[in-house]
Design a protein. Structure first.
Length: 381
């Protein structure tokens, strides 16, 4: 499959009705329904960040942001699953060897999933690694063809250290039939993402199916891939926050137009306090969006000029992503508090927004330390 010259943002918008329609099903099933999987695969959105030479879109940072924002606005779980699969497929198809890519694409454009925190071990054995580990939050793993994991490189029984506080972390990919799934996804937020725990039994993986998480360099594709694993992951998290936050405002506005609380003289929409807060949070979300698009746009421009991103650039990207997440959390709380009992009755789009953004806010990528690092950079000048 080749996506040709199709516009991924237009594709995402065209799938919005289906994503909304299937949101309740995904919530009940704990993973995406076949209709959405087929739509994302058939439209090429699962290949959003796969290199163009391999049949993907090779979308730049701003295009990817818009796609994720659009799908997450339609449904947080569907958008989160898409961003997890699409970004993981970018890692797998960009940083691994040519032989690994040929194997992965033997049956068409593959879908990848996995967790890359170093919860496993990798021991070099000739031209391969003996890997094993126990992993959580394998978002989109129910329909993935290949699974990945992160592992500490072990030498003589100890973790190999590259620099003080920086162990060597090796990412690896294996076919899904070499993974044991726990099937234990029972949560209150991001319910439809199928983020199952999984176990990788000890096995040999050819070195070509692995790469260094921090120091790996792209072997194919354009400038966007020099953003690295962290940068590519940040795009998804930022788009998620903006999309879910906007949907929460959409939903509470609709509710407020018809809802009148018991004992109140007017609709919620007519209350000055609601109007004030709606205006305030709309401005906050628009500001966060402008900050995100500005930071990622600058980063893309720097890469397009042939330069690598500096550590300070990643600090700013993480600052923008975490800030957008904080704003979206505040937006969802505002919307939930003014909507009365509507969001507590399933199915509820606003209820999902509230639970999904709070679940996403716990991800390490948007940990509060990211804002601490931003503050430190400002203090140090």
């Amino acid at each position: 499959m080749s996506v040709g010259v199709a516009d991924p943002v237009s594709i995402a918008r065209s799938l919005t009705p289906l994503v909304r329609e299937e949101a309740a099903f995904a919530e009940q099933a704990g993973t995406l329904p076949p209709s959405l999987i087929d739509a994302f695969r058939g439209s090429g959105l699962f290949a959003l960040q796969i290199p163009r030479s391999l049949g993907g879109f090779e979308a730049d940072a701003l295009t990817s942001l818009e796609v994720y924002e659009e799908v997450c606005r339609a449904d947080g779980s569907a958008g989160w699953t898409l961003l997890a699969n699409a970004s993981t497929s970018a890692f797998a198809t960009t940083y691994t060897s040519d032989e690994a890519v040929r194997t992965m694409f033997a049956n068409g454009v593959p879908i990848h999933a996995g967790q890359f925190s170093p919860r496993g071990r990798a021991v070099a054995v000739g031209d391969a690694y003996s890997v094993s580990g126990h992993y959580s939050f394998g978002s989109g793993s129910a329909h993935a063809d290949w699974m990945g994991g992160g592992a500490l490189e072990i030498v003589d029984g100890e973790a190999r250290i590259l620099a003080p506080g920086r162990p060597a972390i090796r990412v690896f990919f294996i076919p899904r039939d070499r993974v044991e799934f726990a099937g234990n996804w029972d949560v209150i937020g991001l319910v439809g993402t199928g983020s199952f725990d999984y176990v990788v039994p000890e096995q040999l993986v050819d070195a070509g199916f692995t790469f260094d998480l921090i120091g790996g360099r792209p072997r194919r594709g354009g400038p966007i891939y020099r953003m690295g694993v962290l940068g590519l992951a940040l795009i998804g998290h930022a788009g998620f926050a903006l999309g879910v936050g906007r949907r929460a405002l959409d939903e509470v506005t609709v509710i407020a137009r018809t809802k009148q609380r018991l004992g109140a003289a007017t609709r919620i929409a007519d209350r000055e306090r609601f109007q004030f807060e709606l205006g305030r949070f709309d401005a906050a979300l628009r500001s966060a969006r402008a900050f995100v698009f500005d930071c990622f746009g600058e980063a893309q421009a720097e890469l397009d000029r042939g330069n690598d991103l500096a550590p300070a650039d990643f600090v700013r990207l993480r600052q923008a992503t975490t800030y957008a997440t904080h704003v979206a959390v505040d937006v969802a709380r505002f919307a939930y508090s003014f909507a009365g009992t509507d969001p507590i009755r399933a199915p509820s789009a606003l209820g999902r927004c509230f639970r999904d953004i709070h679940a996403a806010s716990q991800h390490l990528v948007v940990d509060d330390v990211t804002l601490v690092l931003a503050g430190q950079s400002l203090v140090e000048g």
